[in-house]
Unconditional design. Sequence first.
Length: 568
Amino acid sequence: MQENQMKKTIYIRTFSALLVTYLILMVVFSTFQILREKQVVELEMGTYASQISNTITNLLKDHIGSNLQITDISKVKSELIDLTSYFTHSDTQMALFTGDYNLIYHTKDDWQCGYSVDKGNNEFSTVDAYLNPKDWFSEQEIKEIEGYLYANPKAKKKGDIAGYYVDIEGFWLDEEMIIPDKVIIYPMLADSFNENGDVVSGSGTPTDDISYSSGYEDTRDLPYFKHGHIRPVYNDYGKGEKQTELRNMVKDKEKLKTHIEQLPAVTSTEIVKIDLLTYRYYLPIPYQHTVTMIDNNKQYSEFWTVIARDVNLLERSAPTLAFLWLSCLIAFLTVAFILSNQTYKLYKRREELENNRKEMTKALAHDLKTPLSIISGYAQNLIENVQTDKREQYASNIKTNVDRMDKIILEMLDLSKLEADSFSTKLENVSLNEVSSKIINRYSQNCTEKHITTHLEGDGVIKADAVLIERVIDNFFVNALEHTPNGGIIRIKILSDRLEFYNSGSHIPEQKINEIWDAYKKVDISRSHTKGTGLGLSIARTILEKYKFPYGAKNNDDGVVFWFKFNQ
């Protein structure tokens, strides 16, 4: 329970710290990105304004006389209406004024229409105009007409409906505004297809099956035309309350006059902050980018083009910011998980080291307590001259226990040296058979006393430090000797890539089999009767890990096998 709580605490703290860092970095970068986007918008406005000015200049050149007055205002308006989708790019609104601030044209959200005018000699020209549907049709009728206008049925064979033609059956023209008599809808049937299955031609016959009447009766003797049509415009320019505000702004001649009179540079952009991240840009442009200074140093141009645009910097930056926030969040969560996991592992490792330290201290005290008690007892007897005929025996036992203590301390020092990063090893050819034979001879007397039979099979030469490998095999043999019962067997088998130590006797409990490599970890809880120091297998493990030799232990049918692999 405590372990799970600690793990939870580590994860929460790590994730919280990185989350705060993530949020701070994202806010800083988002602020930077939005400010950068504001600079980009201002550059875009300048470029767009220049393009609009050039377009207006080229258009007016064809329709103004030597006195710089427009010769055919209807033609100019028609051409301007045809360019409406260009003028309203990125939700921009535009207006055109004369030098005396008379409004010539401004963008609208009305329907765009076209009709033909007979120029004589069988020549016709197409004229563009607006139609304000709200003046002549109900909301339901407008919805239905636009439904046909923007319908996109998928024709699959000849004769299928491929779209609808929205025809204006008779209309009056009030300047550039169309007053419809009747709007008729008729389907266009597919005639032919291309290789991709798209309709390339179609035809239809006008009928009164679907028609909408405006109910208008002309009382002003307006020019009348028989046919026109409504064109679909595939954008939402001019829609919404803010676009209406922009449209009213660009056609406001008083605002234009005030702007020109107040600003030293007429082409300066007026920037107004609408809300936290939305800015409104207003810019008048003189005809041909030039102005004339007249009385009272007033700036004059034959024509003025005014453009205005609302820009939400957050919306413009949203794709970049969304990608950045999401990708960085994934990266931060991944890093947080890795750090949390590593921190928890480090905590567990430190906890294990602390537990091992406590256990080693306890075990060392236990191992030293017995010989110290014996030494103390014998020393006391010697002081009191008790049984003087046994002084040699007391002295011998004192020396034996001192040697045992010395051995424990020396092995602890050896283990510390082996675990140090500065410990270096050397490589030489080592015969495992020779080393194993040497170890068997070393402990032959002990084996004889316990009636233990030893066997040695195979041979192999490896690259290693002979002293260290001898230490490993020695510790394996001592461990086997301690746990082999009287009359048992110890067998050393050297294979092509591994060395195995088998000893008959009791098994190691499976839950303890990974712990025996730690210092002072023994299967037998009682330590007082063992001759080992409790450090043998830990020293062997450290040496094998230095050489990166895999090692392990496993229970066999009637005993235990210790092994390690090597590279020849």
